[in-house]
Design a protein around this ligand. Structure first.
Ligand SMILES: Cc1cc2nc3c(=O)[nH]c(=O)nc-3n(C[C@H](O)[C@H](O)[C@H](O)COP(=O)(O)OP(=O)(O)OC[C@H]3O[C@@H](n4cnc5c(N)ncnc54)[C@H](O)[C@@H]3O)c2cc1C
Length: 417
């Protein structure tokens, strides 16, 4: 049954990083914005919990620097593989900080959503958008189910689709994933470890399946600073045997492999194992309709080089808010069509290079050879890390920038795969 409705200028469906950022930036500019989040904060989200410098920068832009300051800070990635290891500090950058943080998603997402509310957004927790409201062919809000099961219509001039990787709301509006492009699946759990407060996250680049074949993906250990480490495995869909790969087994094997070093008991995880699909490389679209924009995982905004998406969720949320502000200020809905162009300028070329990399490492033997070549060569690893972390310098042409320039020139000729 539909109760009395409400209305808002912009309805944001989903209160994760992308929705919280979009709502924050809209509210900051004085707009009437409502977030509907189907769960109640604090709510968990399956994740590695690692914030990159790009994510830290976005959180600081939203005024959350002081709240982050007490979180567990880390300085880079220790890459392991082929019985070797290499510590790679986050690259220096004229704008981005040289550190990341590890924050559980229940805390992180509540902090960002409350920050949006503090800026003036209305945050409706326990409210699920169950279907779009369509008026003469245009999306004008959503029918929303409240915690008691009653439904209300929330009418809006514009809608931001921020409902994450499965994006049922987005699918109801016609978004789809480009099936030929790579995606990933990842699984994680937590273990207690005396090394929980180390300032490095660890990444194993030589994962193997049960037959000893190197697989395109990586294992991670992310010290959370609270007595536990987040341990997980991510796998790219470009792997030949992807469909039959069992990520739970891969995680079990990885946990055994790191058990001594991290002093964990593989048999006794601290928490349940959880996994998720990761659409990546901008693979979901369309990103804009006449009255709606799609942000974060709902738009496939994850870096195919490393599976990080919190940073891109904040960034795409901010960019969506920017064009919605233009549309509202000028009373001109056509401003929304600038959003795909902004995304393309910011990430188009980078994501294309990264998708082709994901495709290349899916070929048998390529991952093994890259791991072997990389782990023995610090300078190669350092500039590769700068590329993979998307921390190229706008003001300097070092080896990373030169290599990326070459790669992007080559991929311009390649099909959009
Ligand atoms: C195992 C794993 C590990 C990962 N590790 C990392 C990492 O270490 N670092 C990193 O940067 N990224 C990581 N990622 C990716 C990262 O989690 C996502 O990119 C990020 O959460 C995207 O944010 P979002 O706001 O788009 O979506 P989400 O975080 O999924 O938020 C979507 C929100 O929408 C809500 N919602 C959904 N449907 C509705 C509806 N109909 N109505 C109302 N609300 C709705 C959901 O409850 C949810 O709160 C990982 C992903 C996985 C699966």
């Amino acid at each position: 049954m539909t109760d009395s409705g409400r209305s808002t200028e912009v309805l944001v469906v989903g209160g994760g990083p992308a929705g919280a950022a979009a709502a924050f930036w809209l509210a900051r500019q004085g707009h009437d914005v409502t977030i509907v989040e189907r769960r109640t904060f604090p709510r968990d989200k399956t994740c590695g919990d690692a914030l990159t410098p790009r994510a830290v920068h976005e959180l600081e832009r939203m005024g959350l620097g002081p709240q982050l300051a007490g979180a567990h800070r880390y300085f880079g990635v220790r890459v392991t593989g082929m019985d070797r290891e290499l510590e790679l500090q986050w690259p220096s950058h004229p704008i981005l900080p040289q550190h990341g943080y590890v924050v559980h998603r229940d805390e992180l997402d509540e902090m960002a959503a409350r920050n949006a509310a503090g800026a003036g957004a209305t945050l409706l927790e326990g409210h699920e958008a169950v279907q779009p409201l369509i008026d003469r062919g245009f999306v004008r809000g959503a029918t929303v189910q409240d915690p008691d099961g009653a439904t209300i219509d929330v009418a809006a001039r514009y809608v931001v689709v921020a409902d994450g990787a499965n994006s049922r709301f987005g699918r109801a509006l016609g978004t789809f994933r480009t099936r030929e492009w790579p995606y990933a699946t990842a699984i994680r759990t937590y273990w207690e470890s005396p090394r929980h407060s180390e300032p490095w996250i660890e990444s194993a680049i030589d994962l193997k399946d049960r037959n000893g074949n190197h697989i395109p993906g990586y294992g991670w250990v992310v010290p959370a600073g609270d007595g536990t480490v987040n341990v997980g495995v991510g796998l790219l869909s470009t792997f030949r045997d992807f469909k039959s790969a069992n990520t739970a087994h891969l995680l079990d094997e990885y946990a055994v492999r790191i058990a001594d070093r991290w002093q964990i008991d593989p048999e006794r995880p601290h928490d349940k194992t959880a996994s998720g699909r990761i659409p990546m490389g901008g693979s979901v679209g369309p990103k804009a309709g006449p009255t709606y924009l799609v942000v974060g995982d709902a738009a496939g905004s994850v870096n195919p080089f490393n599976g990080d998406g919190i940073d891109y969720a904040y960034e795409t949320g901010r960019m969506a808010a920017q064009v919605l502000h233009d549309a509202l200020a000028a009373n001109d809905p056509t401003a929304l069509q600038q959003y795909p162009r902004l995304l393309d300028e910011a990430f188009g070329e980078y994501f294309k290079v990264a998708r082709l990399f994901a495709r290349a490492v899916g070929r048998p033997g390529v991952m093994r050879e890259l791991a072997r070549a990389g782990i023995g060569n610090r300078s190669l690893m350092e500039w590769s890390f700068r590329i993979m972390a998307n921390m190229l310098r706008p003001d300097e042409l070092g080896p990373a920038e030169a290599a990326f320039k070459l790669a992007s020139t080559l991929v311009k000729l390649a099909p959009n795969a």
